[in-house]
Design a binder for this molecule. Sequence first.
Ligand SMILES: Nc1ncnc2c1ncn2[C@@H]1O[C@H](COP(=O)(O)OP(=O)(O)OP(=O)(O)O)[C@@H](O)[C@H]1O
Ligand SMILES: [Mg+2]
Length: 361
Amino acid sequence: MAREPILKPDEPENLDDDRDLRPQRMGEMVGQREVFERLQIAVDAAQKRNDPLGHMLFDGPPGLGKTTFAMCIPRELGVPVQLTSGAALSAPKDLVPYLTNASERSVVFIDEIHRLPKAVEEYLYTAMEDFRIDIVHGEGTNARTLNLWLKPFTLIGATTRAGMLSAPLRDRFVIREHLDFYTVEELQTIVERAARILKVKIDRVSASEIARRSRGTPRVANNLLRWVRDYAISRADGEITMAVTTAALKMAGVDDLGLGKQERRYLETLITVFGGGPAGVEALAHTINTAPDTLSDEVEPYLLRTALVVRTPRGRVATSKSYQHLKMSMPTAEGVGGQPGGRKPGESADGVESDGQSRLF
Ligand SMILES: Nc1ncnc2c1ncn2[C@@H]1O[C@H](COP(=O)(O)OP(=O)(O)OP(=O)(O)O)[C@@H](O)[C@H]1O
Ligand SMILES: [Mg+2]
């Protein structure tokens, strides 16, 4: 398996295209004030004690800053970091080099840690608790176990699904932080910061409009801003105004609540195919032709958070807010429901096409 390089704290990581907009230091992070303050205390105390920082787990929906926070920590500590991801560690032997290379107080960051196979998870138990791993040499009666002592390091994990981690692994993280959706005001600050970095002119109402339609998510805000910027360059004079913003977002299929094609397709399927629910996530995913994990990790958190959908023991149910948003009529006592009020299923309230296939945002 190819190993990622050990990064020095001041080298910008090359994780994705987001690197220009990704805050490099914790002080640049917008919002999440409580998380920020707790992390600041933990980092400060670890430095003053001259001890490694306790193992740390970040969880929450995609795009809220888990990786960004995790990457800021080693910079704050001034220690090297090794990066890997749960999916890349298919057996304990894949993990060993990261652990044996970890210098004292350095950070090993495992992104998507819920994707670690059980055997690798179990291998982490003693590494995290006692800074020890056991390596078995030979086979059968000749097998010998070698205890290898590690330097005290910090493991940072990030996941969209903390519930999938085994309890023993979860409990070995002494600091656990859940990231929640951002307010419109915080997202507006993120849009304005990103616009400065991208060197594009944007007025306050447009920044606020992009923020309002970003589904509480900084990554969506940044992606929408980039799209609106491109639209402004191509179809206008390069400056982002409200007229440019609304036209660009309409063209991208982002509706008034910020729902994209995938979210609308979910709601329309729930209403028109399943009579508003209850419907199981597997059945919904099958009908929409999407993976159930994509629905539960990426699409549902915001719909649940904004009460467009509720989760019941029998499945997902569309709320009256969903019907209103899609301009569909609620089911009646006779059981006739989900009929679109004067429009065809698949066509959404604001005339945005909803083919559920392409997904810009
Ligand atoms: N608090 C913040 N302030 C400013 N920008 C942020 C903040 N949080 C996230 N961002 C921006 O959003 C982008 C996505 O964040 P990040 O990659 O950390 O999300 P994530 O939670 O790790 O998502 P995933 O679960 O998909 O891995 C970052 O590149 C950064 O530009
Ligand atoms: Mg991430």
